[in-house]
Design a protein around this ligand. Structure first.
Ligand code: ADP
Ligand code: MG
Length: 374
């Protein structure tokens, strides 16, 4: 494996790390300006970096290969493939008026890519933090998260909300991030899984169905249309108690979307109340109810994630749900720590019986957000 020094002929100026995430609850709520509750994973994207004074951006990823571009040439649509994520961050910084130049970046990652664990935001945030330090920008974590999101929205072309970038930038070890997507206020909510004898299993189904990209934009547009029809700025402004009067005012196809978003915001608040009380097992049924809402109302699940949730719960998990945008990706299951291996094995058996590939299993430990490591 090559290193920064072998590739670029000098030592890096520093090294930064940004994690992937799983979201405990609060799915498809961020772009409706509601609530989410992610934790950062121990898995990170690491960026070794050094400035260049000739305006050239040189990129290398152990997983993705090499690319380069002049920073003055960066434009949406102008960089293909994985390099659009880091190049998009540099573009977003310059668009925002930060006079940043070139750099050499050497990237390496153990966040599974395309598994719903937000490797894309981890990549963006590692690069954003590296640039912030290298060029002495002094931007805050939420400011960097917004720039990373802008890179993904406007440069890469993925209309994602703000959860993934805020999770990667702002999570703390031992805590879930209670984020209000409306104003980006955050609260660190302690999550002591080990102290409660529990573990959070991540079951990566290793499938990603193609309809995901277009469907995400359509769902987002549906939510925005529903808010307009109800005379609201966003669905964030619709409370649980308002649902019975609001739903009949909407066309039939929008009702399940609104029901999901409103009940999901409510589930986030319930989950936070249990965590604040130090009572973790009751999160299980909240996760499972959230999955049913995603599957039946929001319709972003798929046979593989439904099977993983069903098999985990049948094997004794307190609860389980898909995490991330959907149409594949990963499922989380809240389990008794001593039953984790058995439950993972039973999900695997169910996958094989259905003719699916063996899911990849990780254990999610609430970990630290983006940071400088060297
Ligand atoms: P997720 O964020 O859930 O992992 P996405 O589809 O949003 O899934 O992002 C995955 C994409 O991010 C990959 O296809 C690749 O372009 C890019 N990516 C993630 N990690 C790396 C990496 N280590 N090196 C190069 N590209 C990466
Ligand atoms: Mg992503």
């Amino acid at each position: 494996m090559s290193t920064f020094t072998e590739l670029y002929g000098r030592a890096p100026e520093g090294e930064w790390a940004a994690p992937g995430r799983v979201n405990l609850i609060g799915e498809h709520t961020d772009y409706n300006l509601g609530f989410v509750l992610p934790i950062a994973l121990p898995q990170t994207v690491r960026a070794q970096a050094g400035r260049r004074d000739d305006g050239l951006l040189r990129l290398h990823s152990t997983q993705g290969g090499s690319a380069e571009a002049a920073v003055t040439d960066l434009a949406p649509g102008g960089v293909a493939g994985w390099a659009a994520y880091p190049a998009g961050v540099v573009w977003a910084l310059r668009e925002a008026g930060h006079d940043v130049g070139g750099a050499e970046l050497f990237l390496d990652s153990d966040v599974p890519a395309g598994a719903g664990l937000s490797s894309s935001a981890a990549l963006e945030c590692a690069v954003a933090l590296a640039y912030n330090d290298l060029y002495g920008l002094g931007l805050s974590a939420p400011e960097l998260a917004l720039l990373a999101q802008r890179a993904e929205n406007a440069f890469v072309g993925v209309p994602c909300g703000i959860m993934d970038q805020m999770a990667s930038m702002c999570c703390r070890a031992g805590a879930a991030l209670h984020l209000d997507s409306h104003d980006l206020t955050v609260r660190q909510v302690p999550v002591d899984l080990a102290g409660a004898g529990l573990a959070l299993l991540v079951l990566d189904t290793r499938v990603k169905h193609d309809l995901g990209d277009g469907a995400y934009a359509a769902l987002r547009a549906g939510c925005e249309r529903a808010a307009r029809l109800l005379g609201l700025h966003s669905l964030r402004d619709l409370g649980f108690a308002d649902l019975p009067s609001a739903l009949p005012q909407l066309p039939g196809e929008l009702r399940p979307l609104v029901r999901h978003v409103v009940t999901e915001n409510e589930r986030v608040e319930e989950a936070v109340a249990h965590l604040d009380a130090g009572d973790l097992a009751p999160l299980g049924p909240i996760l499972t109810a959230g999955h049913a809402s995603l599957s039946e109302d929001y319709r972003v699940s798929c046979p593989e994630t439904d099977l993983a949730v069903g098999a985990a719960v049948a094997a004794g998990a307190h609860g389980a749900r898909m995490t991330g945008g959907g149409f594949g990706g990963s499922v989380i299951a809240l389990v008794e720590a001593q039953a984790a291996d058995k439950i993972a094995a039973e999900v695997t058996t169910a996958f094989h019986a259905a003719g699916y590939a063996t899911p990849r299993t990780l254990t999610a430990v609430p970990s630290e957000g983006a940071r400088r490591i060297a």
